[in-house]
Design a protein around this ligand. Structure first.
Ligand SMILES: Nc1nc2c(ncn2[C@@H]2O[C@H](COP(=O)(O)OP(=O)(O)OP(=O)(O)O)[C@@H](O)[C@H]2O)c(=O)[nH]1
Ligand SMILES: [Mg+2]
Length: 262
């Protein structure tokens, strides 16, 4: 499947809204060691919650380890799986939105491929979504926790949260884990709105620019990445801070998305 180009705008649904209830985007970069097992676990969880009414979209940024090829092989026996290989663009948050742009579901979601978010939780999130605009998998509420995450990552995450609380209280006051990489959002809350994320975090973008009213949370205990290497690198904090400032400006200007949508 070829990736969309141009502005990051999720279109309105042109098919029957209830034919696909959930489109789950799995962004990947060099995840070949986790991917097959991960997709099998996602399938079990979503077959239980939404039999025949979901799709999974792997968005791979042309991984040197050929994750996209492994995903396509899994797809031969998993009709709900679609694979997008992006060759011209990189970046986690943008990959998620590119996947949503081709999605057919009424609800759009994302989860990491390294098992840090337990795939079993997806069926719980589906139940919790019922009628809400956003369901966030959280490490900081509803019985969630950080597991045995390294001290260094805890400190970085705490620093990012402090920056967010100060500069973007309209997001950080509404959600216990706004840096979460696993959440579901109702398509109607973001359709037709141009999203402009920078770097890793897409949830803050959705909350500031989208029309998100009712938010629910779903607690989980974070796990260690199962196999493979982290893609987090030294420049991520810089991109994060630039992103927070960009969203703060958009929010102070009245919310870009809200103005476009009405
Ligand atoms: N498409 C795409 N996916 C990415 C990119 N960077 C990371 N990912 C995927 O996004 C998910 C999260 O990336 P991780 O490297 O695990 O980031 P993290 O969970 O914040 O970091 P760790 O705690 O160290 O694992 C994984 O599924 C990655 O394969 C990217 O540039 N493009
Ligand atoms: Mg990870």
């Amino acid at each position: 499947m070829s990736p969309p180009t141009g502005p990051l705008i999720v279109p309105r649904l042109s098919v029957e809204p209830e034919s696909v209830a959930l489109s789950l985007v799995v962004p990947t970069y060099n995840e070949i060691e986790n991917l097959c097992e991960f997709l099998a676990a996602v399938r079990v969880s979503l077959d239980e919650a939404l039999p025949g009414r979901y799709e999974v979209i792997v968005v791979d940024d042309d991984s040197p380890d050929r994750t996209w090829e492994a995903a396509a092989r899994v797809g031969a026996d998993f009709p709900q799986l679609r694979v997008m290989r992006r060759e011209g663009e990189r970046g986690l948050a943008r990959a998620v939105i590119r996947g949503w742009q081709v999605a057919r579901g009424a609800v759009l979601g994302t989860i990491n491929a390294d098992f840090q978010h337990p795939p079993e939780m997806l069926s719980r999130m589906v139940k919790r979504m019922d009628g809400a605009d956003l369901v966030v998998a959280t490490r900081h509420g509803d019985g969630g926790g950080l597991g045995d995450w390294q001290l260094k990552r805890r400190v970085t995450s705490w620093g990012a949260a402090v920056i967010g609380c100060v500069l973007l209280p309209e997001v950080f006051d509404r959600i216990s884990d706004p840096l979460s990489g696993c959440y579901f959002v109702r398509r109607e809350a973001i359709q037709g709105i141009e999203l402009k994320p920078l770097g890793y975090k897409s949830l803050m973008e959705v909350v500031v620019r989208g029309n998100v009213r009712e938010i629910r949370e779903c607690g989980y205990e974070m796990r260690k990445r199962q196999r493979g290497k982290s893609k987090v690198h030294a420049l991520h904090p810089v991109k994060y801070i630039r992103h927070v400032f960009r969203l703060r400006a958009a929010s102070r200007a009245g919310g870009v998305g809200r103005r476009m949508a009405h």
